[in-house]
Design a protein around this ligand. Structure first.
Ligand code: NAD
Length: 488
């Protein structure tokens, strides 16, 4: 496997190493070995990026010159599109995406989303005429103005790095904010490359900055606590999301959180193509490392045994179809890191101890390579109060739970601290009625796409607050100002 280029810092329009010239290894999850190096930012580098983003916001017309800014962001997206192959390569080597997952979900999903955001931008209303009102005995003409929030700290995870980076950076730039992106230590180049592409696109210096760091918390904590940063847009675990909210409280930071999930995949007894639908519930795509992935399969008790048999067949049929770096149809590779592998394996042990029955998988697979391979795993006879049904595992693990009737399916789906996504299959009216009762931010009915760049995405309950993507995802970065002009 080839090596990747160095991930450098991007500050004030320049790519450069850290101020102390230190680097850390960019680890390839397929091999567990280094596939490149990344600049390890110091606190002084983070400080410089914050000062630069603040100065650029305060002292240039980036926030107010809507048409010029739009043209520049369009060019930035165009350059990203032209570099698709390079981005696919990074997602394969750095995020461990199999080719079948890398091109489709990791990169095309992100690039199509970027194009969607450019279209959504046209719907943003910068100024609204609220008419003349007579109040206190005189007339006032009223305007509501929308304007950029200011300096944005964008903190992102490793699972779909380009998708999350784009959802924040492109939307915030379109809104007129300046941005400091801090990618996860596991996927530094997918952040850094955006700096290189910004230079190629001629984005003005200072409007976009990238900080890579081996310390998962240092740069993020500086962004969260610094009063010069107006808004934190965070995607990651619920635990770190809570910490960010706490740390941001002192400066009353605007905080938008896209967090974890434990979404339900509900199959009703009248689902067309029942067998295919049950078999498609396997949690294998990108080794299950997707926040909105429906990882709890809910099947009717009346068709439970039949469903278990179908799943057994599906998992057996998939046994030799994963973990192949070169195979174009492969959709499942390793998990991201040794740490993540240990976490997933420990949940598998928990499932066994809780009394769930292991139908498939359950083991690490060193024979697949020196990286972090875990078999596609399925637990049946799971009850929703087990930890494997309540906690986010973030690996290739499906849990199967029987339910009595539609109301019971809704109850189980909602019996979770999370509320991010979900899927319902059945006759359309009935499936839609169930979907409307699930308390989550994105629901698919009979396989429909509820997560695309022009639709708002975000969580209920502890899956987060705020919405990314769509017009709502741009408006998240705007302040609202009411202006009253006395006219009589
Ligand atoms: P994580 O919470 O460990 O880290 C996310 C980011 O936060 C990283 O950049 C990390 O360096 C940074 N960070 C860590 N500690 C910090 C601190 N104290 N202050 C500021 N920043 C800090 O999550 P992860 O392991 O990188 O990603 C997996 C998680 O992300 C899963 O829980 C998954 O569900 C979630 N996720 C959610 C969405 C969504 O849109 N809701 C999308 C993708 C991933």
């Amino acid at each position: 496997m080839s090596n990747l280029s160095d991930a450098l810092l991007y500050i004030n329009g320049e790519m450069r190493p850290a101020s102390d010239n230190k680097y850390f290894d960019n680890t390839n999850p397929w091999t567990g070995e280094s596939c490149g190096k990344a600049a390890d930012a110091t606190a002084a580098d983070v400080e410089e990026a914050i000062a630069c983003a603040r100065k650029t916001f305060d002292e240039t017309d980036w926030a107010t010159s809507h048409d010029e800014r739009y043209a520049k962001v369009c060019k930035f997206v165009e350059v990203m599109l032209a570099n698709r192959e390079k981005l696919v390569e990074i997602s394969r080597l750095e995020a461990g995406a199999a080719i079948g997952a890398a091109a489709r979900a990791q990169i095309d999903g992100a690039l199509n989303g970027a194009k969607d955001l450019l279209v959504c931008y046209k719907e943003v209303k910068w100024e609204l005429d609220r008419g003349v009102k007579n109040e206190m005995g005189f007339d006032t003409k009223r305007i509501v103005q929308h304007e950029a929030m200011g300096v944005v700290g964008a903190i992102t995870p490793w699972n779909v790095p380009l998708y999350v980076n784009v959802g924040k950076v492109v939307a915030a730039l379109l809104a007129g904010c300046t941005v400091i992106l801090k990618p996860a230590p596991d996927t530094p180049l997918m952040g850094s490359i955006m700096g290189e592409l910004a230079i190629e696109a001629g984005l003005p210096a200072g409007v976009f900055n990238v900080i890579t760091s081996s310390d998962p918390a240092m740069a993020g904590e500086m962004l969260t606590t610094d009063p010069r940063v107006d808004l934190i847009s965070f995607t990651g675990s619920t635990a770190v999301g809570k910490l960010i909210m706490k740390n941001g409280a002192e400066s009353l930071k605007r905080v938008f959180l896209e967090l974890g999930g434990k979404s339900a995949y509900i199959v009703l007894d009248d689902a067309p193509e029942f067998a295919r639908v049950v078999m498609s519930s396997m949690v294998v795509f990108h080794a299950g490392q997707g926040c909105a992935y429906p990882t709890r399969l809910l099947v009717p008790k009346s068709r439970y045994e039949e469903s278990v048999k179908m799943l057994e067949m599906a998992y057996a049929g998939f046994a030799d179809k994963w973990g192949n770096f070169e195979e174009p149809t492969c959709i499942m590779g390793p998990v991201i890191s040794k740490k993540q592998m240990d976490r997933v394996l420990s949940y598998i042990e928990t499932g066994k101890q809780e009394g769930a029955r292991l139908l498939a998988g359950g083991n690490a697979r060193p024979d697949k390579g020196t990286g972090y391979f875990i078999e596609p795993t399925c637990f049946v006879d799971v009850s929703n109060d087990m930890r494997i049904a309540q906690e986010e595992i973030f690996g290739p693990v499906l849990v199967v739970i029987p339910y009595e009737d539609d109301a019971d399916a809704v109850r189980i789906a909602n019996d979770s601290i999370y509320g991010l996504g979900g899927a319902v299959f059945g006759s359309t009216e009935r499936a839609l009625a169930v979907a409307k009762q699930v308390r989550a931010g994105a629901l698919s009915v009979n396989g429909g796409m509820s997560i695309t760049g022009d639709l708002p995405f975000g969580g209920y309950k502890q899956s987060g607050m705020g919405r990314e993507w769509g017009v709502e995802g741009i408006e998240e970065f705007l302040e609202v100002k009411a202006i009253g002009i006395r006219v009589s």
